[in-house]
Design a protein around this ligand. Structure first.
Ligand SMILES: [Zn+2]
Length: 351
């Protein structure tokens, strides 16, 4: 599914760019602004097997996006300001908002310096277990296991399988298969299967979190920057829709309380872990508002529209995606045409 969506968006971006159609679609789909979603920001790597590459952009690409937005006189604003503009229906100027999920240390080292060049505010969405150093970043553990392996043996739905992982393309196919399977499992089964994979292929899963994510002390220093807003991203980074309502509520309220206690600042913005339709729906949107979040962002692709003010805990985002780091696509990305195409030309997708 993810692969299909990437292909659709990539093909769509190319077609739109070369046809100039995004200029024609612009008045309909430009919306009032965009909330950009980023994960890692760091210098590029040449490794041929980079299955999580869509989750990273280079500092140069981030700088190009910011320069483009500035050149178009688009306001770069905080999540608080997004909330205000949508609530007060203040749409005189278009806006962009930059959000970074998971609390990676490279955000501090590679994204913040670029954001500061433009005096551009950022929101960092922190999963409290990640800051604690006990989180499980299973998609990276999976990448590391497959990178080391010649083959992966696994039992899916009672059927023992041996997935080839000898070449970069075989590794990618194995990753896609296992990633989709793992995402379909309950949190308990997901942990068990990933732990087994890590044990078999010598991956230290516990070290990944500490290597990549900022600790509370590091977050405290980063949060002191007036450009930085800290938001919530659950405790364990679980699929909230797979949890009982009580557990999902606890993920939202306890993580918020922990961040507030550790960083001594109010947390009123949320990003749903995974954030797609299988991880966040109507129940989660309602839970987020009752947990006291003023806004919550999904990973559903789309621009923000005037109507989004009625769906403040189901806001769409535009992914700044490592697979499309080409400055020529910026006008397409910010026109909303690509994400509108993916949404079947519906303006708001909050069902
Ligand atoms: Zn996340």
């Amino acid at each position: 599914m993810k692969q299909l969506r990437n292909t659709v968006i990539r093909a769509g971006l190319g077609a739109l760019y070369f046809s100039g159609a995004h200029f024609l679609l612009r008045p309909l789909f430009a919306g009032v602004g965009a909330i950009f979603m980023l994960h890692h920001v760091r210098p590029g790597r040449d490794d041929p097997f980079r299955p999580n590459h869509h989750l990273e952009v280079t500092p140069q690409f981030l700088r190009a996006v910011l320069a483009y937005l500035k050149s178009r006189d688009i306001d770069i604003i905080t999540m608080d300001e997004v909330h205000q503009r949508l609530s007060n229906r203040h749409f005189a100027r278009r806006f962009a908002c930059f959000t970074f999920d998971d609390g990676y240390r490279d955000n501090r080292d590679h994204a913040l310096p670029v954001m500061r060049e433009f005096a551009a505010p950022v929101t960092l969405f922190v999963a409290s277990d990640f800051a604690e150093g006990t989180g499980r970043l299973w998609w990276i553990a999976l990448e590391m296991a497959i990178a080391k392996a010649e083959a992966i043996e696994v039992t899916i739905g009672g059927t023992p399988l041996r997935l080839d992982a000898a070449t970069p393309s075989a590794k990618q196919a194995a990753f896609d298969r296992l990633h989709d399977w793992l995402r379909s499992l309950s949190e308990h089964d997901l942990r068990r299967e990933v732990a087994a994979l890590c044990a078999r292929h010598g991956v230290d899963q516990a070290a990944i979190c500490r290597d990549l994510c900022m600790s509370w002390d590091e977050l405290q220093a980063v949060a002191a920057d007036p450009l930085v807003t800290i938001g919530g991203h659950s405790i364990t980074h679980c699929n909230l829709a797979h949890q009982t309502e009580a557990v999902a509520r606890e993920e939202l309220t306890v993580s918020r309380a922990r961040i507030e206690a550790k960083l001594q600042r109010e947390v009123v913005h949320l990003a749903y872990p995974y954030g797609d339709k299988i991880a966040a729906g109507q129940r989660e949107f309602a839970l987020a508002s009752s947990a006291g979040y003023k806004t919550a962002v999904t990973t559903r692709p789309g621009m923000v529209f005037r109507e989004s003010g009625r769906h403040l805990t189901a806001l769409p985002r535009v992914s700044l995606n490592g697979n499309y780091q080409d400055a020529r696509i910026l006008p397409v990305l910010t026109s909303g045409a690509a994400t509108a195409m993916w949404n079947g030309f519906r303006r708001v997708d909050a069902a």
